[in-house]
Design a protein around this ligand. Structure first.
Ligand SMILES: Cc1ncc(COP(=O)(O)O)c(C=O)c1O
Length: 402
């Protein structure tokens, strides 16, 4: 462990998330006494002489070498997230998809077996279907909260259990500690895509998960202005993933890393407002006569309510609901909203709204959509950090058009 990391660990082990969001990973720049970490806009790093090259090659010094392997601006983000998640190491990627695909390529042996869950971001599902199966990896799909189904799905060649928690779009929640216990007894690694939770609402590594992954495009960046992905875990499991990134090359640029660093400083503050807005909006929708059903883990009607209440600190800004109408009515509703932007994504300060049927799931066959529960009047509302009162007033006037 480097001296720098030892000092960091001593300083940071007891502070809480609000402080870690602001100060985590920041080295307090000595060169110009700047408060913020600079954007290192460089593709490579020079060596003073051949001795310095040799010392680096022999592992006697730790420093940057070439832009695809690291950059001091990324390192600050990596340290901040490691502190927030309680992991030893973090790797940054160009997008959440890049984080997931690089991790699978790095960790899945050919002809192994993967267990995933039945509600997930559709591109992750597409990667599994189109690429992993070509590598001879077989896949079992289970319900995100069904421990018995998970246990029954494990085979001798099962290498990884991967799930989002909460999932997209139905916000299903996995009891990570319980799944980890079963998985580790059978030598299966557990990877949690915690994009919808963030370290403010749940920290999967504390429940024993091997890796936690984020589309940092969402809450971690938080301003709808960048794409990024992250994976955190022990130094041992991160090493092959970092090496794979150096080969596959899906790196974030230093300006993107800096935006993420800046966004992370307000994470705790923003999540408090997302959590409050999500809860208020979910309660309002559940009581509305034109709303057939609402999925939000804090509601007693949610299938994983008990697990969520026991394992999470908050439930985020995304509320998924079905209106008592057909596709035309749902389109009238969404076009009548004034505060949210109609756009894919979530987790930024601006609220976003979408009909999965016309947006993320448009190119799928209707029967297939139905099998995933994507109905014509399903709405995904990603609350931003506006005032809950204004979001509710807007939904209220828009529902009148149904
Ligand atoms: C849960 C989840 N994981 C991963 C991704 C992919 O992230 P990105 O868009 O940053 O590639 C998304 C995107 O919507 C997502 O919702």
């Amino acid at each position: 462990m480097s001296e720098e990391k030892k000092i960091m660990d001593e300083k940071t082990s007891k502070r809480n998330v609000g402080t870690s969001s602001v100060h985590g990973g920041e080295l307090r720049q000595q060169e110009a006494n700047a408060i913020t970490t600079p954007i290192y806009q460089t593709s490579t790093f020079w060596f003073k002489n051949s001795q310095e090259v040799m010392d680096y090659q022999e592992g006697k010094t730790s420093r940057e070498e070439y832009g695809r392997y690291g950059n001091p601006t990324w390192r600050a983000v990596e340290r901040k997230l490691s502190e927030l998640e309680g992991g030893e190491e973090t790797v940054l990627f160009a997008s959440g998809m890049c984080a997931a695909t690089t991790t699978f390529f790095a960790l899945l042996p050919a002809n192994s077996h993967l267990i995933v869950t039945n509600d997930c971001y559709r591109r992750t599902r597409q990667f599994i279907d189109e690429f992993l199966e070509r590598m001879g990896v077989s896949v079992s799909i289970i319900n995100p909260s069904d421990l018995d189904q998970f246990e029954a799905a494990i085979r001798d060649e099962t290498a990884i259990f991967f799930t989002e928690s909460p999932t997209n779009p139905y916000l299903r929640v996995t009891d990570v500690a319980a799944f980890v216990e079963v998985a580790h007894a059978r030598n299966v690694k557990v990877i949690i895509d915690s994009t919808f939770a963030t370290p403010i609402n749940h920290r999967p590594l504390q429940d024993g998960a091997d890796l936690v992954l984020h589309s940092a495009t969402k809450y971690l960046g938080g301003h709808n202005d960048l794409l990024a992905g992250t994976v955190s875990g022990s130094a041992e499991i991160i090493e092959p993933i970092r090496k794979a990134l150096g080969v596959l090359g899906g790196i974030i640029d230093s300006h993107g890393a800096w935006l993420l660093l800046r966004g992370l400083k307000t994470l705790a503050l923003r999540m408090a407002q997302h959590n409050n807005n999500g809860l208020q909006v979910a309660r309002y929708l559940e009581a509305h006569p034109k709303v057939r059903s609402v999925w939000y883990p804090a509601l007693a009607s949610h299938p994983d309510h008990e697990i969520a209440m026991r394992t999470m600190n908050g439930f985020g800004g995304v509320v998924t609901f079905e209106i008592e109408t057909d596709l035309e009515g749902a389109i009238r509703f969404i076009d009548a909203t004034r505060v949210p932007y109609q756009a894919p994504s979530l987790g930024g300060v601006e609220s976003l709204i979408e009909l999965p049927v016309t947006m993320s799931y448009w190119d799928y066959d209707p029967e297939q959509r139905k099998s995933w529960g994507i109905t014509d009047s399903l709405v995904r509302f990603a609350c931003g950090i506006e005032a809950a009162e204004d979001l509710i007033a807007d939904l209220d006037q828009a529902l009148e058009s149904v």
